[in-house]
Design a binder for this molecule. Sequence first.
Ligand code: ITT
Length: 208
Amino acid sequence: MTSGPTRRRVVLATRNRHKVAELQVILADVCDRLGLEVVGLDDYPGAPDVVEDGVTFEENALRKAVSAAEFTGLPALADDSGISVDVLGGAPGIFSARWSGGRGDRANLELLLAQLADVRDEHRSGAFVCAAALALPDGTREVELGRLTGTVVREPRGSGGFGYDPVFAPDGSQRTVAEYAAEEKNEISHRALAFRALAAHLQEHLST
Ligand code: ITT
C-alpha cells in the first residue's frame, strides 16, 4: 500500500500486527482507488480496550469498529475472527483468542489438538471465520462474513501466517495455511473474502 499526505485515514481497530499486515495487502486496491490510508490502533495510544462480549463474530467486529470510530472520529474497520470446529459444535469460535485462557497462540492450538486427539480424520472438519466491519462517525454500520473450510491436522506444520494456521489445511490441500506463501493465503482466506465483500461498502460510503 502506498500512502501520502493527501490520503484520508481509515483506522483499523486491532492491535494484532499480523492482521494489520494482511489487511494492508488485501485492501491495497480499494485504498488506492479511494485515496485511503489504513492505519492501526497503535497510532491512537489512548483508544479504549473493547470488551468482546458479543456472541457472534459479527457483533464483536462491530463493537471494535464502533469504538474506534467514536474514539478517533474517523471511519473505522475491524476484524473478528477464529476457528470453528464442527465436532466441537463450532468451538473455539469467538473464543479462539482466549481458548487456553490467555496463554497465547501456541498454547491455543496445542489445546485444540489435544481436544481432538481421539477424533478420526473424517470428523476433523471446520472453518476459519472472519467478520469484517465498517463503522462511520455518522452511524453507518456494515458487516460481512468470510469462511475458509478445511480440516484440523494432527501436528502443527509450517512457519507462515499466525494463530491456528499451522494446524489447518484448507479443503483440497495437503498443506496447512502456515505452509502457504503470504500471497497464496491472501487469495483464499476468510479475511480476504470478508474484506473483499466489505470493500464494496467502502466504495459506496467513502467515494468522494
Ligand atoms: P484484535 O481483537 O485486536 O483484532 P485478536 O488477535 O484478539 O486481535 P480476535 O479476537 O479476532 O483477534 O481473535 C482471533 C483468534 O483467531 C486468535 O486466536 C487468532 O490467532 C485466530 N486467527 C484469526 N485469524 C487467523 C488466521 O488468519 N489464521 C490463523 N488463526 C487466526
